[in-house]
Design a protein around this ligand. Structure first.
Ligand code: PMP
Length: 284
């Protein structure tokens, strides 16, 4: 088993110095990315990640140079050649190389593509015991539905959380709970599941999407996509984060206060089981 790194059409050594200093990704964070889970030697929910990648690229006006079949094949080759069966693939596409100037000339630019596959080293099952979180203001721009490389507010929020020994931060914009610093957020109240609508103020997480469309319906849990505020969060019976790597991550403390009775709740547990089953079955 070995980590593999891909850069513009070839495999290179991890950390190889091959990026131009004038790459717009390096200078401006002018690019998009995806993170896809590899489980049982297969990409999980690849088509969902691919759709989101192409949507991000359309919004950013970055031309698609690699057709969907080739992109999928490249993911499969990376899994096969690395021998990694439980891990993730990071994919980054920047606008390309050009002397630094804010406006870009689409016709002159060739996007830069960087990917790697790495194993998951942490014991993810520990997350099932629940994590601590802190709340922070959501200071991001108004298009966080686009998965761009510009993650400064997320980076600062996540660092503040980790400095306080929390797993992550729950973000609030104008009093409304939007999502986590690196994940989406769900609340449970009286057996009903709530999450922020998938508009431009949250990233439409793939895990979120799978909980909404598959896991909650299969588990017989009703779901409402609507905005909710701090008071609602403070009175929630259960809270959890969702993301590609951790899946469904119960939050048992927020700002040092127990969530519900301070234990992982029954709805979260049921959904976690359902999500793990889906992950084991695999999804195209
Ligand atoms: N929101 C943010 C801000 C994220 O960075 C992520 C991914 N880490 C998510 C939500 C979850 O998205 P996904 O389920 O597709 O990993």
């Amino acid at each position: 088993m070995k980590e593999l790194t891909y850069f513009n059409g070839e495999f290179v050594e991890p950390g190889a110095k091959c990026v131009s200093l004038d790459d717009r990704g390096y200078c401006f964070g002018d690019g998009v990315y995806e993170v896809t889970r590899v489980f049982n030697g297969r990409c999980f929910a690849f088509s969902y990640h691919q759709d989101r990648l192409y949507r991000s690229m359309r919004f950013m006006d970055i031309p698609v140079k690699m057709p969907p079949e080739d992109l999928q094949e490249l993911h499969e080759i990376m899994i096969e050649q690395s021998g990694i069966t439980d891990g993730y693939i990071y994919l980054q596409i920047t606008r390309g190389v050009e002397p630094r100037h804010h406006a870009y000339d689409r016709a002159k630019l060739e996007p830069t593509m960087y990917m790697y596959i790495r194993p998951i080293k942490e014991d993810l099952s520990k997350l099932g015991d629940g994590v601590k979180a802190i709340s922070l203001p959501d200071e991001r721009w108004h298009h966080v539905d686009i998965k761009t490389l510009n993650l400064i507010p997320n980076i600062l929020a996540q660092t503040k959380a980790e400095k306080k020994f929390a797993y992550s931060a729950v973000l609030f914009r104008d009093g409304i709970c939007t999502e986590g610093a690196t994940s989406n957020v769900f609340a449970v109240k009286d057996g009903i599941l709530y999450t922020h609508p998938a508009d431009e103020l949250i990233l439409k997480g793939i895990t979120r999407q799978l909980v909404v469309t598959r896991v909650a319906p299969t588990a017989g849990v009703s779901l409402i996509e609507k905005e909710f505020d701090r008071e609602f969060v403070d009175n929630a019976d259960e809270l959890f984060f969702t993301d590609t790597i951790g899946g469904i991550i119960p939050i048992i403390k927020l700002d040092r206060q127990p969530v519900g009775n301070g234990n992982v709740g029954p709805v979260t547990m049921k959904l976690r089981d359902g999500y793990e089953k889906l992950l084991a079955e695999g999804l195209a």
